[in-house]
Design a binder for this molecule. Structure first.
Ligand SMILES: Nc1ncnc2c1ncn2[C@@H]1O[C@H](COP(=O)(O)OP(=O)(O)OP(=O)(O)O)[C@@H](O)[C@H]1O
Length: 261
């Protein structure tokens, strides 16, 4: 994927993403990190054409997504949103089946092949036993797995995952990251926006750090994430250390900016 000079100004004039450019090879897990409101979700929504960028372009396998139809984009990019607004009483099976809809051609019903793909995916994600349960009767951790399974069955080249672990306990956080990690091995790039920097540093091949609508750093998390960077981006003094296994952890200590009440 290549993002070229991506720019997004909302109708009220707010400039959420400013001239963003980067390239990602396939087969990577990439962490998108930055403070609340720095433009991560906006960028993801431009990449999957939920929002129309004000400028720039997004290319996947060398082709711009901008002239593509929603179904064409959905065959290339899948999306795990931060919040699942309405599920309309859909079951787990029906929810994951939605991931096959971009592939239906002139038919409004799924084939046996789609059904067996969904079943296989439910099994792979350990949620087959939940298949008849309505989505709104699941725990947050179970629901997150279902939404990732739906994005996976869409068979995209790029998966966008927005804050997948925000309501999860540490076991489910690791669970989600393990699934994402396992999926990238299959030649799919995953871009995951997440506030848990230690988790990102541990699992991601690369990270992209944003501040106020711009990219301020990009690269190997073990090299990029430093106390100076955290201070600059979050205005927070933090200890960045390495544990006995060589994993980075970030311990926030105090806010060093100015409060604006
Ligand atoms: N539809 C909109 N109209 C105007 N401004 C918007 C709109 N959507 C988002 N914004 C603003 O754009 C900025 C970036 O929002 P965005 O959701 O992309 O941030 P984010 O980095 O994903 O934040 P968070 O980590 O809190 O989810 C914010 O200041 C937000 O208020």
């Amino acid at each position: 994927m290549e993002v070229r000079h991506l720019d997004k100004k909302y109708d009220n004039g707010f400039h959420a993403d400013k001239d963003i450019s980067f390239t990602l090879p396939s087969g990577l897990l990439v962490g998108l990190i930055g403070p609340n409101g720095c433009g991560k979700t906006t960028m993801m929504r431009c990449i999957n054409k939920m929002h129309q960028p004000t400028g720039g372009d997004i290319l996947i396998d060398g082709e711009s997504v901008l002239p593509k139809t929603p179904a064409e984009v959905a065959r290339l990019v899948s999306n795990v949103p931060a919040e699942m607004t309405a599920s309309f009483g859909l079951t787990v099976f029906e929810t994951v089946m939605l991931g096959r809809y971009p592939y239906l051609q002139n038919m409004w019903w799924e084939t046996e092949e789609d059904e067996s793909m969904v079943e296989e995916t439910l099994r792979k994600f350990g949620i087959l036993h939940l298949q008849d349960r309505p989505l709104n009767m699941l725990s947050s951790g179970e629901r997150q797995r279902v939404l990732i399974a739906k994005a996976y069955v869409q068979n995209p080249r790029l998966m966008l995952v927005d804050e997948p672990t925000s309501h999860l306990d540490m076991k489910y956080k690791l669970d989600v990251m393990e699934y994402l990690r396992a999926m990238v091995k299959q030649d799919m790039t995953i871009l995951v926006a997440e506030h848990d920097i230690s988790l990102m540093a541990r699992y991601c091949d690369r990270c992209i750090i944003m501040k106020k609508g711009e990219i301020v750093a990009m690269g190997d998390p073990k090299k990029v994430i430093t106390e100076e960077l955290i201070r600059d981006v979050y205005e927070v003094e933090a200890s960045v250390g390495t544990d006995k296994d060589g994993e980075i952890y970030v311990l926030p200590k105090r806010f060093v900016g100015e409060y604006h009440l």
